[in-house]
Ligand binder design. Structure first.
Ligand code: ZN
Length: 630
């Protein structure tokens, strides 16, 4: 409806108001009741996809793509197979972002389509007019050089410096930037792919990878288990393979291969420990792919082939909980998936809980306790800084970029909730519940409400004396951490607290702190719990004694550099600059940029580092940090 100017001011105001609202049915129904409250959220509705799987559901993809490093594009075609959920459905709606769609066809016959205008977060819906009777079609397309899900690295940005590198990162809604598909976690597809690359390079995918494949520039893949779009993944580079166990191995550039295989050699033990607790691994092989340092995340749980940052290769296995985490996703997340991004906590919270348990099985109680304390401190830091609404497990993400959901809330608060359930019903009972849960929902995508309904039929019913629905609702739908939640403790940190307190009180010089037996976790706890303000003399004393500026452990270096920024300790700034330029993992660089942005001189420093680092950063790292340097 078009709006006209009316003669009376009152009528004009009324109409202007009506016209400025988006004309969705939901909004209108709220308006008619005269209420200003936001429309109720529809359970299980994916607000981050234009697709219509309730009418027509895509079930299988066949990709044939050529990797063009000179143009920074993928081009080729995808065959899309689908089922009609509603028999009379006439339109198939797919998600796309910045794709150049050349044609849509079936057996060579062109099929009409329109690509609608793009939304800034969601991309553009591709609406295809389906002829009756067909159940597949082929889309020819080319990606944009700026595709949000692809990162193209020049040889200089790799470890080997000789060959370029490409990797995808589809979570949360970036698969649509390299494949036109129903990009919603509630749609699961199987896929096959032919990937054509320069001959010297190897392509690997979240699918069947044959470690012995001939390097001929044409690689075939098949993923027989149905997966959501966000788990479709591809990487291409100068990659070599090294086996670590019967079912586990690592792909990496030659320069990193041996160090990675040594660092992660316990992967097979982790796999066996997890199977013992939560049932069989359902995905055949479990391999790791080590990416260049610009990878924006710690890891990405692409099925059969987790993508891993090289920043956790510390030389002493101190940061391998990341591998336990990505492996755990093979149960929580990849086998049982969140239906929408609001339900991400079902994925990351369960995975974080499983991570702690795997680490305890493989490395013992002390490590479990230390990692639990550090995780809880990370959670508390987010609780202290996030607005109330973003502390809710079942978060409202309507109208927002789903990438903002990745705080410690779905991870650590979700895990703490499960820890409380475990404590109340007993570990053996809770493990039995999880085993059944993974079996019951295997290869399904579920919403928060479906989880609660399942909990009510199982654990809540069996343990009505120790669990209450009100308490569960509080955990899932209210901000903060419920009073009386489990508190992690570690005896190994008591000596660290004592040393830090005595040093701060001036009664124990750094040189006399007996840290010879401290592990990385204790160092992190020592540094992370320092007061916000320290003197230059205090920082110089710590640095002189413990060589913190030069720490080769990326997590310790991170904690120390953050202290250096907050106290403007310039002797660390050459290292700080190198660190920001060399690493693109957002968890490590974002807090540093944020701290630098608090002062004019810090911002100037950050701008210089960001400008130098930007060509090597992933688009997601650029997006997350550019606000700090403007
Ligand atoms: Zn995860």
């Amino acid at each position: 409806m078009r709006c006209k100017l009316l003669s009376t001011a009152v009528l004009a105001m009324v109409l202007l108001n009506a016209c400025s609202r988006p004309a969705t049915t939901e909004q209108q129904s709220v308006d008619t009741e005269g209420s200003k409250v936001q429309a109720a959220m529809q359970e299980g509705k994916d607000y981050h996809s234009f697709a219509n799987p309730d009418e027509i559901k895509v079930t299988h993809l066949v990709l044939d793509l050529t990797v063009d490093f000179s143009q920074k594009v993928l081009s080729g075609k995808v065959e899309v197979e689908f089922e009609r959920v509603k028999e009379n459905a006439r339109h198939l709606i797919l998600d796309t972002r910045e794709l150049d769609i050349h044609s849509v066809s079936n057996n060579g016959q062109a099929i009409p389509f329109v690509l609608k205008a793009a939304d800034s977060f969601l991309g553009a819906p591709l609406i295809i007019d389906l002829p009756p009777e067909i159940d597949k079609l082929t889309i020819a397309y080319t990606t944009s050089p700026k595709a949000s899900g692809l990162q193209w690295l020049s040889p200089a940005q790799t470890a080997g410096k000789q060959q370029p590198f490409l990797f995808t990162q589809a979570q949360a809604i970036h698969a649509r930037s390299f494949i036109p598909l129903q990009d919603s976690p509630q749609v699961r597809v199987t896929y096959e792919a032919t990937i054509r690359t320069p001959q010297a390079l190897l392509a690997v995918m979240s699918a069947s990878n044959d470690p012995q494949t001939a390097r001929d520039g044409v690689y075939e893949f098949s993923m027989p288990q149905p997966i959501p779009a966000y788990l479709i993944a591809l990487a291409v580079g100068d990659l070599q393979f090294k086996a670590m166990g019967e079912r586990t191995g690592v792909y990496a550039e030659p320069a990193l291969l041996d160090a990675a295989a040594a660092e992660f050699e316990d992967t097979e033990s982790m796999l066996i420990a997890t199977e013992k607790m939560y049932g069989p691994y359902r995905w055949d092989r479990y391999d790791l792919l080590i990416l260049p340092p610009s990878f924006p995340f710690g890891g990405m749980e692409n099925p059969r082939l987790s993508f891993i940052t090289p920043t956790v290769i510390a030389g002493d296995k101190s940061l391998v909980s990341l591998i336990a985490h990505e492996l755990a996703h093979s149960w929580s997340g990849n086998t049982v998936t969140n239906a929408t991004w609001r339900d991400l906590w079902l994925n990351e919270g369960f995975t974080t809980y499983l991570t702690y348990r795997i680490m305890q099985e493989v490395y013992g109680d002390e490590r479990f306790a230390m990692e639990s304390v550090l995780g809880q401190q990370d959670l508390q830091a987010d609780i202290d800084s996030l607005p109330d609404n973003d502390e809710i497990l079942a978060i409202d993400l309507r109208g927002r970029d789903p990438d903002v959901v990745f705080s410690n809330i779905p991870y650590e608060k979700g895990a703490l909730f499960l820890k409380e359930l475990e404590q109340k019903v007993g570990r053996a009972n809770f493990d039995a519940f999880l085993l059944n849960y993974f079996e019951h929902f295997a290869f399904k995508s579920i919403s928060t409400e479906e989880f609660i309904a399942y909990l009510e039929q199982t654990l809540l019913k069996e343990h009505a004396d120790s669990l209450s629905k009100a308490r569960i609702q509080q955990w899932i739908f209210e901000p903060g951490i419920p009073e009386g939640a489990p508190v992690a403790e570690s005896d190994a940190f008591t000596v660290v607290d004592d040393a830090r307190n005595a040093w701060l009180a001036g009664t124990l010089p750094a040189a006399q702190i007996d840290s010879s037996e401290w592990v990385v976790h204790q160092w992190l706890y020592f540094l992370n719990n320092m007061p916000d303000e320290l003197s230059q003399e205090q920082l110089a004393e710590l640095d002189g004694e413990f060589m913190l500026t030069m720490s080769k452990n990326n997590e310790i270096a991170h904690s120390w550099l953050l202290m250096a920024v907050n106290n403007w300790y310039q002797p660390a700034f050459t290292r700080l600059h190198e660190y920001l330029v060399a690493i693109g993992r957002n968890k490590l660089v974002k807090p540093l940029y944020k701290a630098l942005s608090q002062t004019p001189e810090g911002k100037t420093f950050a701008q210089k580092a960001f400008a130098e680092a930007k060509p090597g950063y992933h688009p997601l790292t650029v997006k997350a940090n550019e606000g700090f340097v403007q």
